[in-house]
Structure formats: structure tokens, C-alpha cells
Design a protein around this ligand. Structure first.
Ligand code: 5AD
Ligand code: SF4
Length: 448
């Protein structure tokens, strides 16, 4: 391939989970350090990074169609880099099938983007899907920009090997980032304007490290330390595994005011045989006991979860157990998916894959139940005076969008005598509830 001039502008398109959003932001920072600017809205970028997700079906097809869409009328393309979990899992195929792709960069290798860009500039096509033992984080530039709500990856990878899941293969083994690096990154984010930090990890509650005194601590210890930072107003964490809900972490929900009353604790299914086949290593009963204990220390906690319908062999009766579980928990929010066979995972080759129509029907019934509960949860908030972290402007001047402590999206408008601003924590009276958001009236502007 011919050498190409260095790109002047970039665009990072992230798909999938919050960890990808975090990675996408960090890639943008790496590119900005190279003097490459974000492409203005609506204009073609010289360099496009497709930060992909491999968790469910059609991920690879989506990447190929996105690549196709970047092609110009004369058949040429901008410089394309494929990053993220599809890059990790199918990097070679992508290079073989899509000549327009010049770089394939796995989730553990994106700190190497500058060298890769230099090689691509010489006309080479470059792949880096290594998972080096020393982490990429030390090689990334410092955080300089942040909105009011920031993500901070504290842990990556997974050793649990649920039989349906591709994460242990694409993100590698569980690794915790060191405490001192996290404290430093948190401080930088606060200096850059963050008010809330969501600690991220595929198994975030498996995080472990040593505090400044050399004591071994878990995620609850990290949360306690972060709660001591005066400028940090809110702490969240996601996503957690039932087996790593330690006594300390459960207690933290009752003790640390800055830890928001929200827990995302995936269960996946409501039947013990299915859970065993999924290699989930918890039962319905043990899961419910954890929720009871969290509710005992934090009665107003909003619960959230992930569900898979149509895991191989799941019978109608077993699926109905999931509906029963949903009825008994009353989730405030949830994510539900049709089972999708992932190449290389044990479940993909299990007998009795569930037919597509049955999966569709089960997903519809499950989502109807979850939506019902989500609306009920939001309706219970009506009338409350609630602290809202203002995250964005609304559609019209003077309108704002923010989040309640329970992670509900709340719309409100400025009132005579009081104006909100991005990053403020304001008091809003919640007046109206829909399934996905609430509307309220500003009572008191900033006391952040
Ligand atoms: N099929 C469907 N859903 C899946 N998830 C993970 N792997 C699969 C799969 N193969 C869901 C799980 C997990 C969430 C991130 O994605 O519910 O918690
Ligand atoms: Fe996947 Fe299970 Fe690990 Fe979650 S715990 S990332 S579902 S293997």
C-alpha cells in the first residue's frame, strides 16, 4: 500500500458496553496527544476508529457494513482502525476480508496507537492484539477532559467462564489496576470537572489492591478511599458478579453516603439447572439472599440486572422461573437479551439450541414484565424531592437532563429565580414518570 499523509482529524465510534465508552475516550486522548483533532460534526474524519463489541450476534457483520459505509464514491476510504473485542477475536479475518482496514487494535493494545499510526503512514497494515502482562494504562496520557459523570476502569477481564460468554477470551484474565493509579486518575477526573465516578470492570467487585498503607483491600475499600475526596459527590460501580458481593461491599451500601443507591447485579436466569449449565456458580436462592442483605442496609436501593432468554436447553417452565424471579425482585431497571451463540464458547455447541421464535416470544414476555416494574419504580418516585446531577442541556434553552441517585434520567427546566448548570447537583421535585425517564420542577439550584 502507498504511504499516506498523517491524519489531521479523527472520529472514534464506540459500540457496546460502558468499558468500550471508556476505552473510546482514552483512544481519543491518545490521538489528541498526537496532535490529531476530533473531526467536526458532519465532516469526514481522516482517521476512523471503530471500537467494536463482540458480546452478541452480528457483531462482525456490523463491522463489515460500517467499513463499507465509510467508502467514498471513488472507492477510497479514510484511514480505518478496528478496535475493541471484535478486533481481538477476529482480527485476522478482518484484515483478510476488509482491505480498507489499516489497523487492528485489541482492547489491551490501544496505547500503541501512535506507533501503529506511524507504520500505517508508511503504507503498512498493522495488527496488535497482544495482551501484555504490563497494562496499557501506564502508557496512556493523563485525563484532561471530563463531563460531570465519568467512567474509571478499575478492573478488566474475567475468570468466571460463564459458558455463553466471550469476555474471558476477548478481554483476558481478571486484572485489577493498582490503587495508587486509580486514586491519581480519579483526582485528575475531578480536576477536569467530574462530580460522579462510575468504577468499571467486567467483574468490578472482584477488584483487589493494596491501599497506601500496604493493606489488602477490596472494592469496598477503594470506594471508601474515593469517598474521602471532597470534590467527588457520587460513586457508582458496574458490573458486578453475585459471587464477589463481599460482606464489606454490602455493608458499604449502608455506610457510605456517596455510594449511590443502585446495584447492577446480573442473574441471567431464574432456574438453578439453567444457572448451572451457564456455569454461574450461584443459585437463585443465594442471589436473592444477597439482594435481601443489600436491602436490609439500604432499603431504597434500586436493583438492576441482566437476563438471557433461550439458553440452550431452557424449557418453557424454566423460562417461567425467570419471570417468577423478576416478579419477586421488582427491578428498577434491567437488560435482557436473546441467547446468542458465540464462537469458541462451550454453550455454542450444546445440544437443544432454542428455536428463534421461542426466544422472541420469551424475550417479549420478559421485557413486558421488566418494563412494568421499571415504570412502577419510576412512579413511586413521583412527589419526591430529589437531588439531580445535571449532565446535559435539554432540547430547548433552559431545559436540562440529569440523573437521580437511583440512576433515573430526569428532565427539568429552569424556574424564575433559579438556573441550573451542567455539573450542578440541584433539587428537583419529581412530577411525572414514564418507563425511561421522569420530569420534574427545579426547586433549588446548585449546592454542589
Ligand atoms: N448471548 C446473549 N447475551 C449475552 N450476554 C453475554 N453473553 C451473551 C450471549 N452469548 C449478556 C449477559 C451479560 C451481558 C453483558 O450480556 O447478560 O451480563
Ligand atoms: Fe461473561 Fe460471566 Fe465473566 Fe460476566 S461473569 S463477563 S457473563 S463470563
Amino acid at each position: 500500500m502507498r504511504p499516506t499523509p498523517s491524519p489531521k482529524t479523527y472520529r472514534v465510534k464506540s459500540f457496546g458496553c460502558q468499558m468500550n465508552v471508556y476505552d473510546g475516550d482514552r483512544m481519543a486522548e491518545v490521538l489528541a496527544e498526537q496532535g490529531i483533532a476530533p473531526a467536526p460534526e458532519g465532516e469526514e474524519a481522516d482517521l476512523v476508529v471503530l471500537n467494536t463489541c463482540h458480546i452478541r450476534e452480528k457483531a462482525a457483520e456490523k463491522v463489515y457494513s460500517d467499513i463499507g459505509r465509510l467508502r467514498r464514491e471513488d472507492g477510497s476510504s479514510p484511514l480505518i482502525a478496528v478496535a475493541g473485542c471484535v478486533a481481538q477475536a477476529e482480527g485476522e479475518e478482518i484484515m483478510a476480508r476488509a482491505p480498507a482496514v489499516r489497523m487492528v487494535v485489541g482492547p489491551q493494545a490501544y496505547h500503541r496507537l501512535p506507533e501503529m499510526l506511524a507504520e500505517a503512514g508508511q503504507g503498512k497494515r498493522v495488527t496488535d492484539t497482544d495482551m501484555p502482562a504490563e497494562t496499557k494504562f501506564g502508557a496512556l496520557p493523563q485525563r484532561r477532559r471530563s463531563g460531570p459523570s465519568a467512567f474509571l476502569t478499575v478492573q478488566e477481564g474475567c475468570d468466571k467462564f460463564c459458558t455463553y460468554c466471550v469476555v474471558p477470551y476477548t478481554r483476558g484474565a481478571e486484572v485489577s489496576r493498582p490503587f495508587s493509579a486509580l486514586l491519581e486518575e480519579a483526582q485528575k477526573l475531578l480536576e477536569a470537572g467530574a462530580k460522579e465516578i462510575t468504577l468499571l470492570g467486567q467483574n468490578v467487585n472482584a477488584w483487589t489492591g493494596e491501599d497506601a498503607k500496604g493493606r489488602v483491600i477490596g472494592l469496598d475499600g477503594l470506594i471508601r478511599e474515593l469517598a474521602g475526596l471532597p470534590d467527588l459527590k457520587r460513586i457508582r460501580y458496574t458490573t458486578s458478579h453475585p459471587n464477589d458481593m463481599t460482606d464489606g461491599l454490602i455493608a458499604a451500601h449502608g455506610e457510605i453516603d456517596k455510594l449511590m443507591p443502585y446495584l447492577h447485579l446480573p442473574v441471567q436466569a431464574g432456574n438453578d439447572r439453567v444457572l448451572k449449565a451457564m456455569n454461574r456458580s450461584h443459585t437463585v436462592e443465594s442471589y436473592l439472599r444477597i439482594l435481601d442483605r443489600v436491602r436490609a442496609v439500604r432499603p431504597d436501593i434500586a436493583l438492576s440486572g441482566d437476563f438471557i432468554v433461550g439458553f440452550p436447553g431452557e424449557t418453557e417452565a424454566e423460562f417461567e422461573d425467570t419471570l417468577k424471579l423478576v416478579d419477586s425482585v421488582g427491578y428498577a431497571q434491567a437488560f435482557s437479551f436473546k441467547y446468542s451463540p458465540r464462537p469458541g464458547t462451550p454453550a455454542a455447541t450444546m445440544d437443544s439450541q432454542v428455536p428463534a421464535e421461542a426466544m422472541d416470544e420469551r424475550l417479549q414476555r420478559l421485557q413486558a414484565a421488566l418494563n412494568r416494574d421499571q415504570l412502577a419504580f419510576n412512579r413511586k418516585s413521583v412527589g419526591k424531592h430529589c437531588e439531580i446531577l445535571v449532565e446535559r442541556k435539554g432540547k430547548h434553552p433552559g431545559q436540562w437532563l440529569g440523573k437521580s441517585p437511583w440512576l433515573q434520567s430526569v428532565h427539568f427546566a429552569d424556574e424564575p429565580g433559579g438556573e441550573a448548570a451542567i455539573g450542578d447537583i440541584v433539587t428537583v421535585e419529581l412530577a411525572e414518570a414514564g418507563p425511561n425517564s421522569l420530569r420534574g420542577t427545579l426547586l433549588q439550584p446548585a449546592h454542589a
